[in-house]
Design a protein around this ligand. Structure first.
Ligand code: FAD
Ligand code: ZN
Length: 470
């Protein structure tokens, strides 16, 4: 046993330093594409223990990979294959430290599961609006580490906009006590925002103070068939004007994407998709009453039908129906996985330019690969598309990936650049997009990022080789 392992056992207890047995839950990523090997999985239960672990690793020159729920999608949450990195799991740090209803804030440890935080807030009649399909297993530390988005960004913003304060263990093993519930604090550089979205490369988040909101009196969901993406963008504008802050979700789904759900999950009834190129899912959260929300929604959809921005629409009658509609949207990635290997992109461009972006990129891809199938869906309200490319029907999927992945990525990411978009809207960079980042960020931006990394983590011990090359 190495002296470091002995020290780590002293800090967190023997049972919380795992070196053998089946460690796949921590070593393999959610997509099952990366399988690493950790020197040890270390599971601290307090900030003091995290600080002591980081200090011990820093002394030994051992790299640390922070991990929450291991649902990250960019190959950044698991150790590399060298067997030399400590996998620091925050899962045992799962206490809510406090909820201040009058200040509309909640302070929680990094390992709290997102869904449990939503439930804690709801018990107090409050809303914690961060919401994504992985919410049953992802953690608030991981959400902040990746600046996660999800389905309510159009109203409440990303994880960053919901965070007021952080507690962070630095690369030197010091604790930055930045937990605050202040909405105004202009006292120098914003350290909090440096750590959010840094994917474990600048510090270990151990706790966070997050914003809460009043629970809406009613939340209604509608599903509309739209004749084009131009029409969907017009409908979004109408929804912004008609619903104001009530517009809490606006998702778009292409016909092929919905067809995959119908094919692979035949018990789900997918409305309206066969006759239309796109469907949209809208959510209206109202602080007055369900009647008021329904009236607003019905007026909005009537206008959309008159204008030709929608060709048909349904409003969910009850919560169960609303859940079914959201379930269809959330099933798209799973249906796509059932269909076979595919090339994923998580991109954003200004909302106004989405129709042209898709027209142009769809055509370029179809020209390059006859019969290619496009699984296009996402958070249209945020200008964020999951623009995925599936092999032609009956095609040899591994051969498709081998032969076409670089060309497909070049077509998509060049178009993203032309349309002044981002190559990673919400999943982060990790190892998966690291080389692309080098091509798409300006040299000045990369120089500033390297300077920040070097000054906060001079030994390059925190998640090395993620986001930036080691
Ligand atoms: P992990 O996967 O454990 O870690 C993610 C990154 O954060 C890693 O780089 C890790 O090192 C770092 N990290 C983890 N904990 C800490 C910490 N305490 N301090 C510092 N760094 C840390 N993302 C979206 O934005 N929107 C979506 O709609 C969305 N939907 C998803 C749906 C599914 C089914 C899945 C599997 C993923 C989805 N994601 C989505 C990806 C998203 O990044 C994660 O679900 C979530 O934010 C990661 O949380 P986690 O606790 O699992 O983090
Ligand atoms: Zn998403």
């Amino acid at each position: 046993m190495s002296p470091l392992i002995g020290t780590l056992r002293t800090i967190v207890g023997d049972a919380n330093v795992l070196t053998d047995g089946d460690l796949r839950a921590w070593e393999e990523d959610w997509r099952k594409r990366d399988r690493g090997k950790a020197l040890a999985v270390v599971r601290p239960a307090s900030t003091a223990q995290v600080a002591a672990v980081v200090k011990a690793c820093a002394r030994a020159g051992t790299a640390i990979v922070a991990q929450g729920g291991n649902t990250g999608l960019v190959g950044g949450s698991t150790p590399d294959g060298s067997g030399t990195q400590v996998l620091l799991s925050l899962q045992r740090m799962n206490q809510v430290r406090g909820l201040d209803a009058a200040n509309l804030t909640m302070t929680a440890e990094a390992g709290c599961i997102l869904q449990s935080l939503q439930e804690t807030a709801e018990k107090q009649g409050l809303l914690f609006p961060l919401s994504l399909a992985a919410e049953g297993s992802c953690t608030i530390g991981g959400n902040l580490g990746t600046n996660a988005g999800g389905t309510q960004v159009v109203r409440y913003g990303n994880a960053r906009e919901l965070c007021l304060g952080l507690e962070v263990v630095t690369a030197a093993g010091e604790v930055w006590e930045g937990l605050t519930g202040l909405r105004k604090d202009n006292t120098g550089y914003d350290l909090r925002d440096l750590f959010i979205g840094s994917e474990g490369t600048l510090g270990i988040i151990t706790a966070a103070t997050m914003k809460l909101y009043p629970l809406p009196a009613a939340t209604l969901t509608a599903w509309a068939a739209v004749p084009s993406l131009d029409a969907a963008v017009s409908l979004l504008g109408l929804a912004h004007r008609g619903l104001g802050a009530g517009l809490t979700g606006f998702e778009v789904m292409g016909r092929f994407a919905l067809g995959l759900v119908a094919k692979h999950f035949p018990t789900q009834r997918v409305p309206l998709y066969q006759e239309t190129p796109y469907c949209v899912l809208l959510e209206n959260s109202d602080h007055e009453s369900e009647l008021h929300a329904r009236g607003q929604f019905e007026r909005l959809l009537e206008t959309a039908l008159t204008q030709g921005w929608a060709t048909d629409a349904v409003v969910a009658e009850n919560i169960a129906q609303a859940r079914q509609l959201w379930h269809i949207r959330e099933s798209i990635p799973l249906a796509q996985a059932e269909e076979g290997l595919n090339i994923k992109h998580d991109i954003s461009v200004p909302v106004s330019r989405i129709p042209d972006f898709c027209r142009e990129t769809d055509a370029l891809l179809r020209q390059a690969i006859p019969g290619v199938r496009l699984v296009n869906f996402g958070h249209l309200g945020d200008g964020n598309l999951h623009y995925n490319v599936q092999a032609p029907e009956g095609g040899d999927m591994p051969a498709f990936l081998r032969d076409f992945e670089p060309a497909v990525n070049a077509i998509v990411y060049d178009a993203v650049s032309r349309y002044e978009g981002s190559i990673s809207a919400e999943h982060g960079v990790g190892t998966l997009k690291r080389d692309k980042l080098e091509q798409h960020k300006s040299p000045v931006a990369l120089k500033l990022m390297r300077a920040i990394k070097h000054s906060l983590d001079p030994q390059n011990l925190l998640n090395p080789g993620r986001v930036l090359k080691a």
